[in-house]
Write a new protein. Structure first.
Length: 229
């Protein structure tokens, strides 16, 4: 059985040590590192590429949610905290499970069992806070992004959320081989292109989701070139 590369993120060393000792009982869990804050965790996640993180929510300076917001490739997450008020938010971001401190071995085993069912791993995802709700969105599910004042409006599955970022900033997080900037105000996922319509009004892309997106004069030749490959 392949071991699950695991990282513990908690600002309290006794809590990290206790969880590390509990995890030693699971042969298929490989603890690759520990982080005492979100900054350390961000660096370790990018360097060690863990499949699973046990993440404390309430930490000084940057919370666990702040950490997720800084990542694009997000491992599976099991939240660990002393504050049950974060439980709803944890499950809104599709966490595997939510553990209360002090952690009981039988409760940890249940969380690990849930992980087996769902399967651990790293996916390219975007963490978004919109109107007090938290979303962890798979990039493959995003079909359209458009600028709206100081926000980016993200269309995924049958949902729409507002992300407080500029379209230029968000574009840097999106893989260029999948997403294409059609104009100053919109970005599309090329995998959702249904058909191209070229008429007297200009070039338009119809997405599988139904939206009709205008392609600027400047971007039209680039899109034609990409689609011809």
């Amino acid at each position: 059985m392949n071991k699950i590369r695991t990282l513990i993120v908690d600002d309290e060393k006794p809590a990290r040590d206790e969880l590390s000792a509990l995890l030693s009982a699971f042969d298929h869990i490989e603890l690759v590192g520990q982080a005492a804050n979100a900054d350390q965790a961000e660096e370790l996640i990018r360097r060690l590429d863990p499949q699973l993180i046990f993440l404390d929510v309430q930490m000084p300076e940057r919370t666990g949610f702040d950490l997720l917001e800084s990542l694009t490739s997000v491992p599976s997450v099991i939240f660990v905290t002393a504050y049950d008020t974060y439980a709803l938010k944890a499950f809104e971001v599709s966490a595997v499970d939510y553990l209360m401190k002090p952690i009981r071995e039988e409760r940890l085993r249940k969380a690990i069992d849930l992980l087996k069912v769902r399967g651990p791993g790293v996916e390219q995802r975007l963490f978004v806070k919109d109107s007090g709700r938290y979303h962890l969105i798979k990039l493959v599910d995003i079909h359209l992004v458009e600028s709206m004042d100081n926000y980016a409006r993200i269309f995924f599955n049958k949902q729409v959320v507002l992300h407080k970022t500029s379209l230029n900033q968000l574009e840097q997080k999106l893989p260029g081989d999948v997403f294409f900037r059609t104009s100053r105000s919109q970005i599309i996922n090329r995998n959702y292109i249904d058909k191209i319509d070229n008429n007297e009004s200009g070039l338009f892309v119809k997405l599988l989701s139904g939206e009709l997106v205008f392609v600027s004069t400047r971007q039209a030749p680039k899109l034609r070139q990409l689609l011809s490959k």
